[in-house]
Design a protein around this ligand. Structure first.
Ligand SMILES: [Zn+2]
Length: 192
């Protein structure tokens, strides 16, 4: 295990797994606490926050040249949790604003582009979709490992399923090297 861990943590599988754990923790917490990660600059802000089973993304592009320096940069904030809302409808509206309101199966995208150039957008995605997405790679990897070990344990080539009882170290069919240096005890080959 100690030898595997450092290798694992350099692979996309491990990164995906870590992301899955992170997403799951935020998901569970989101029902009572909202975690918010934000980045503010003089040209706008980007923020991601958890909201009762959903992850929401908030984008604002607007000129804020008079922002105090200590309000810029990365910030983390924790708050009481509430459902995601489209607060863009509360912003001052102009007849020439371009609004987008898209909603489907818990996913949503709302945006407002004002004629004077300011742009705001809110994206909503249910946590189950993010947890499923980040679990795909680790699950595929784990399934592959289990199948490979199963094939190995019953004396089949992990790559092509060829019966390796007669040549346990290398597959005569596809040439794959196997790590079954000792013959399996069930084979009973070469005795009597
Ligand atoms: Zn093979």
């Amino acid at each position: 295990m100690r030898r595997i861990l450092p290798i694992l943590f350099h692979t996309p599988v491990a990164l995906s797994f870590l992301l899955f754990v992170f997403v799951s923790v935020l998901w569970i917490r989101s029902y009572h606490l909202s975690d918010q990660f934000s980045w503010r600059s003089s040209s706008g802000s980007k923020a991601v926050n958890s909201a009762q089973g959903f992850l929401t993304l908030h984008l604002t592009q607007a000129g804020w040249p008079l922002q105090p320096a200590d309000s810029l940069g990365f910030q983390y904030q924790r708050d009481l949790s509430s459902r995601p809302v489209n607060y863009l409808t509360c912003l001052s509206a102009d007849a020439t604003d371009i609004d987008t309101n898209w909603e489907k199966a818990g996913f949503a995208w709302y945006s407002k582009r004002a004629t004077r150039g300011a742009y705001s957008a809110i994206g909503v995605a249910p946590f189950w979709s993010l947890a499923t997405f980040t679990a795909l790679l680790p699950l595929a990897w784990a399934t592959r490992q289990i199948r490979s070990r199963l094939r190995n344990s019953i004396g089949l080539c992990p790559t092509c399923n060829y019966d390796l009882r007669a040549s346990p170290t290398r597959c005569p069919e596809c040439g794959a090297e196997t790590n079954t240096a000792t013959p399996s005890p069930v084979s009973g080959r070469g005795r009597g």
